[in-house]
Every structure is written in C-alpha cells, then in structure tokens.
Design a protein around this ligand. Structure first.
Ligand code: HEM
Length: 499
C-alpha cells in the first residue's frame, strides 16, 4: 500500500479550499487518512498541482466536475442511495442549499487534506429530470429510455432477477456516499435525510465495500480490478504505458471529443453514470475452474485451474496481464503500474488475427478493450471510466464446501461516459455478448457475456487447442438490473436543476 496520499501528519487543521468555486464552502476538518484505497498496481491520481496545470491547459474546470467521475475504482466504503423525488417544489431549493454544498469535487479528492469526511455525489435518471421539470433532451437515447427498457439489448434474461425497484422508471436519482468507515457514511446519510425531509423518499440502497485486507481492490472472483482506466487529457498528468488516453469529451459532456453536439449548455461537464448491480456466483465460478483445469506439461491441477480463470479474465488475480505472463502469475508485474498495462496483444512472433496462445480473443479485458485487434492507433470511441466497487460478504466456509452461493455478493458496477450507446451499452451488447467479436466464432465474454440465459460457448480458453469449444452452462455474473443516470456539473446542480 502506498503511503503518499494516504497519510498526512496534521489532523486537526481546517482546510480552506483554494478555488473560487470552492471558496463558498464551509471549512471541512482534515482527514487523518484517505477515504480512497490505492493499491500499488493502480496508477496514482495526479497531484492537485499537476491536475490543475493539465486542466488549465485543456480548459477544464475540475472544481465543477463531481468527484467520482474521473478518479476510477478507488473507494473504500460506498453507499448507493436510490431515491424518488416526492415533492419537486420542496426538493429544488434544498438541492441548492443542502446538497450542493456537500458535493465533493474532483479537485477535493486529489489530496487527503482537502478530502471531506464523506464523499457525496448525486445523479438523476431521465424520470428524475422530468420530475424536476427539466425538459431539455440530453442527446442520449439510452438515458432517455432508462435501463429497464434496455434489458433485452443488454442480454438480461428478462427481469426475473432484477431488484424490483430497478424494474420500471421509479428511481429518480442516486446519491453516492463514500468514506473509509460505514459510520461516517451513516452520519452523512442521517444529516442529509434530516435536511431533505419528505422532499425525497428512499427507494432502495446498496452498501458496498472494498474487500478486506490484501483483497482490497480485488473483485469477488479474486482478480485485481481498476488497473486499466483511461487517462484523460486535462486531468491525468502522466499516463502510464499502455493506458488509453482520451479527450475529456469521451467521458464529459460538452468537452472536446463529445460526439453529440446538440446538448443543452447546462449539461456541460456532466457525465452519464451507468449503474448495474451484478451478482457474482463465486463458489460456482471456483467449482468451474476446479473441474476444468487446463492440462499442460509442467502445470499442477491447481495451476491449470488458475490459468483457466486468468484466461477468462485476461489477467491473473494479481493483475498481471496474461499477454505478458501467459503461463504463471507474476505478482511483481501485476503490482507495477508502469508495466501492467503495457501490452497490445500484438507480438512479433505470432499472427495477431489468429493466435490465442497468450490471450483468448474472448477474455474479458480483450472483449472490452481489444487494443491492437482493431488496428493501430487504438480506437478511442468505446472507452468508459469504471468506478465500481464490490458488495456483499466474503464467501463462507459452507458456501465454499457446497459450491453454492447462499448470500448475494457481486460488483456494484459504475461506469461514466459521455455517450451510453458508445460506452457501456456498446461494450456489453456489441462486444461482450457477440460470439463473433473480434473474430467469427470466438464466443462471448466468459465473465460478463450474456445471451438471455442461454448457454454460452467460448473457444480459445485452452492454449493447447484454441479451436476447442467450452460450454458455460452457468452465468457466473447475474444482472440484478440498474439504471442510467446523469451526473451534472456542480454549477448545473446549483442553477438549472434547482430553480
Ligand atoms: C461482475 C462483473 C465484472 C467483473 C468481475 C469484472 C472484472 C474485471 C477485471 C478483473 C478487470 C481487469 C482489471 C482492470 O483492467 O481494471 C476488468 C477490466 C475491465 N472491465 Fe470488467 N468486470 C465486470 C463487469 C464489467 C462490465 C459490465 C463492463 C462493461 C460492459 C466491463 C468493462 C471492463 C473494461 C472496459 C475493462 C478494462 C479493459 C482494459 O482496459 O484492458 N466490466 N474487469
């Protein structure tokens, strides 16, 4: 664990926030340690100075962008609080007076001394904006329709598995609360609930948390997650080797690179937040690996099972990419952000279009970012900023022994983008769920690919015979539904949305 951004020596001082946008804020007590996690393998966030210089050069206002949008998957504890607006007339002034002053900006998260006790962000669904009488079209048809309408497009097998509250358009917004302790979050929630009174109604909530100890940063199947998020021009100071570099408009509406030019002015610097509650059947996944080890000279059965898991994901549990470490995990590679993303799937000694010895075409990270498979330089349209976090308990001894899930756990998947049809929806529908992407017959993504509950067939998982087909009879990731939201800039929250 890196100490640089996690510890500060002085804990009792009060921080005055530098920018004009933040000067109206009440002083916030300094924290003793960061509310974020920071595994060695993740690229560091830029310093305030570096980010400010990058933002100035690109004309980006990091004080106006909600803090969760650009930082990636780094939270410790997070509560997703889904609400409906019961009384818009009552809610609007409270949005300005009670919520906006609490919203954590991007700049604030770049230094422990300016982090709040609890990060608070807010985003609205289309039905939420309509309830607030904000009628401008945001130029994103997926957002306008809502996620429930998209269920078949995403490959979900109907809504039987959906959390009932997500089925429909009854959720108007989501408040994100993140901190290092649940107590801090509960205090923030209680304070806000008291201030908002009956203007909103809680519809549903999901408490999520980084996994314990050395598993922090790993999703429930055990793989380190959050290594490869894009670098953003105007924010990221030093992109890591192999990290994709995107114009800010890929994630932020109205910035350079946003593909839609007809947005209302107030939407600038907002971002579409896709939320998905993705249950993970961990004991069942582990049993599949145990039952189907890759058989290769020099590998024990356990190593063969580990290799199968790594080939389904495209990385080892440590984060080391199999494109660089094809047979055995290499934890030092996994932990090194200057090396763990520095690959393209292309190699001088093999044919890119056919060779799966190192990494199957269907591997989760190859499906969702095909790198050189789609040509060089890499495309920059279908990238997202992932900001999810695991939820649910660790696997119990009884679950492990019976290879059966009895308590729900999974990934509270969050992705930001300026265009849902190019971002999350494209990755899920057109790449992960297509057996013919990136080449005919390679099969679906064995982690997230979904065919409305039908059996999934994948080739390439066995490096000794890449034509061998593997049939996956279980969906190890089960969609429990979600919603599409828009996370507006602070200035939009304080003006258009609250009047
Ligand atoms: C429970 C469900 C999921 C699990 C367990 C999972 C797990 C992982 C892991 C372990 C990585 C590699 C670490 C990293 O590069 O950060 C990864 C990368 C990634 N995942 Fe997922 N993921 C899930 C859902 C999704 C979904 C729904 C999408 C989008 C539709 C997605 C898109 C991506 C992308 C874009 C990357 C980065 C690829 C790269 O840049 O190389 N993931 N995921």
């Amino acid at each position: 664990m890196k100490l640089s951004i996690n510890l500060v020596s002085t804990v009792v001082l009060f921080s005055g926030l530098a920018s004009a946008a933040n000067s109206r804020r009440a002083p916030t007590p300094r924290r003793a340690s960061s509310l974020l996690i920071n595994p060695d393998a993740f690229p560091d966030l830029p310093t305030v100075q570096a980010a400010t210089a990058a933002a100035d050069a690109a004309g980006l206002n990091l004080d106006d962008i909600q803090g969760d949008v650009l930082i990636g998957m780094k939270k410790n504890q997070e509560l997703f609080y889904f609400f409906s607006i019961a009384d818009a007339v009552d809610f609007k002034p409270k949005l300005a007076s009670d919520i906006v002053p609490l919203i954590t900006t991007t700049t604030q998260l770049l230094d422990v001394s300016t982090e709040p006790t609890t990060l608070v962000n807010i985003a609205f669904s289309q039905s939420g904006l309509t309830t607030l009488n904000v009628t401008d079209a945001l130029g994103d048809s997926a957002f306008t329709g809502g996620q429930f309408k998209d269920l078949k497009t995403l490959g979900d097998p109907g809504s039987t598995n959906w959390v009932p509250e997500f089925a429909g358009t009854g959720i108007h917004g989501v408040l994100l609360f993140a901190s290092d302790t649940v107590d801090n979050i509960n205090t923030a929630v209680a304070g806000l609930e008291a201030a908002l009174g009956d203007s909103i109604t809680k519809v549903y909530s999901l408490q999520a948390a980084a996994r314990p100890g050395s598993e922090a940063g790993h999703e429930h199947f055990g793989f380190l997650d959050g290594i490869s998020n894009p670098a953003i021009t105007g924010f990221t100071a030093n992109p890591m080797p192999g990290q994709s570099v995107l114009n800010a408009g890929a994630i932020l509406v109205g910035e350079t690179g946003d593909t839609v030019t007809t947005r209302p002015a107030w939407a600038k610097d907002g971002s579409f937040l896709v939320f998905r509650q993705l249950e993970q059947l961990v004991p069942e996944f582990n049993k599949f690996l145990t039952d189907n080890p890759i058989v290769e000279d020099g590998l024990t059965a356990q190593q063969g099972s580990d290799l199968l898991g790594a080939r389904m994901v495209g990385r080892w549990k440590s984060g080391a990419p199999i494109d660089l470490a094809p047979l055995f995990d290499d934890p030092a590679l996994g932990a090194d952000p200057t090396r763990n993303n520095n690959f393209t799937f292309a190699h001088a000694d093999s044919v890119l279009a056919t060779n799966q010895t190192r990494c199957p075409f269907s591997a989760h990270i190859r499906k969702t970012r095909p790198r050189a498979d789609l040509g060089t330089p890499e495309e920059t349209v279908h990238h997202i900023m992932r900001a999810g976090i695991p939820y649910g308990p660790e696997v119990s001894d009884a679950e492990a022994a019976s290879s059966t899930t009895s308590t729900e756990r999974g990934l509270a998947f969050v992705a930001y983008q300026s265009n849902i049809a190019n971002g999350f929806r494209f990755l899920q529908q057109t790449w992960a769920n297509s057996a013919n992407f990136v080449h005919a017959g390679v099969g679906v993504d064995p982690v997230i690919g979904a065919l409305a509950g039908a059996q999934r067939v994948v080739t390439g998982l066995d490096p000794t015979d890449s034509t061998k087909a593997t049939t996956l009879t279980t969906d190890f990731v089960v969609s429990r539904g979600g919603e599409y939201f828009f996370s507006p800039s602070l200035s939009a929250l304080a003006s258009t949305l609250s009047v």
